[in-house]
Design a protein around this ligand. Structure first.
Ligand code: BG6
Ligand code: MG
Length: 214
């Protein structure tokens, strides 16, 4: 296998997507409107700041920047409390085996996440040392669907974009990978991830054998 893999974190390596949703929904409810799981698909892969903009738009609410800053802080505090006991058991099905197989076959892999909490999460999962490169929300200036995060990851891996396979659960992430000619593998439903080149229902199907064939 002469390709490298770039993994998204939330919803691909670990099941944190549900905690992001719970934390955003609480913000919405506190502001007086509900926020559905379907609406939440728009927030997946998107930066914290951009997520708040989408959320406020969906509730038709305009706020001054100082109030937005408070909400961003509150969302993150709630999110951090939800993930405070996280450990390796919360990795998604098949991921521990896949990472072992990639390592055994010396296939390099990187993290390409929008989250500013990515390193904290990798540490909780004891995974930090497993990645050849880690690029997270602290390193990018543009949020997905901009491909910046994946381009930096490819550069750190020393691979051309066309030799990278991106695994993503968000529409924004799939668009980012496609935009720079990376192979995109979507994890989730075809209603959301119809732009992905390859689609799997869940991470249990994301095996080394599958990636090797791409
Ligand atoms: C992405 C998630 O990985 O990270 C989004 O899919 C989240 O839901 C984004 O908003 C930013 O995360 P954080 O941890 O920096 O708020
Ligand atoms: Mg994700």
């Amino acid at each position: 296998m002469n390709k490298a893999i770039i993994f998204d974190l939330d919803g691909v390596i670990v099941d944190t997507a549900k905690y992001h949703y719970l934390a955003w929904r609480k913000i919405a409810l506190d502001l007086g409107f509900d926020f559905s799981e379907v609406q939440n698909e728009m927030l997946k892969g998107v930066s914290r700041v951009q997520s708040l903009e989408f959320l406020l738009e969906s509730g038709n609410i305009q706020l001054p920047q100082a109030r937005k800053d408070e909400l961003l802080h509150a969302k993150n505090q709630h999110y951090l409390s939800l993930i405070s006991d996280m450990d390796a058991s919360e990795m998604l099905e098949g991921i521990p085996q896949l990472l072992q197989d990639l390592r055994q076959h010396q296939v390099p892999f990187a993290l390409g996440s929008a989250s500013k909490n990515a390193r904290l999460i990798l540490d909780s999962l004891n995974l930090t040392d497993w990645f050849t490169a880690i690029v997270d929300g602290n390193e990018v200036t543009q949020a997905k669907p901009d491909p910046e995060v994946f381009l930096i990851a490819a550069q750190k891996l020393g691979y051309k974009p066309e030799d990278c396979i991106v695994v993503e659960d968000s529409q924004a992430g799939i668009q980012a990978a496609n935009a720079v000619g990376m192979t995109s593998v979507g994890i989730g439903s075809k209603e959301v991830l119809y732009e992905s080149q390859f689609l799997l229902e869940n991470t249990a199907q994301l095996t080394f054998e599958f990636l090797k064939e791409l």
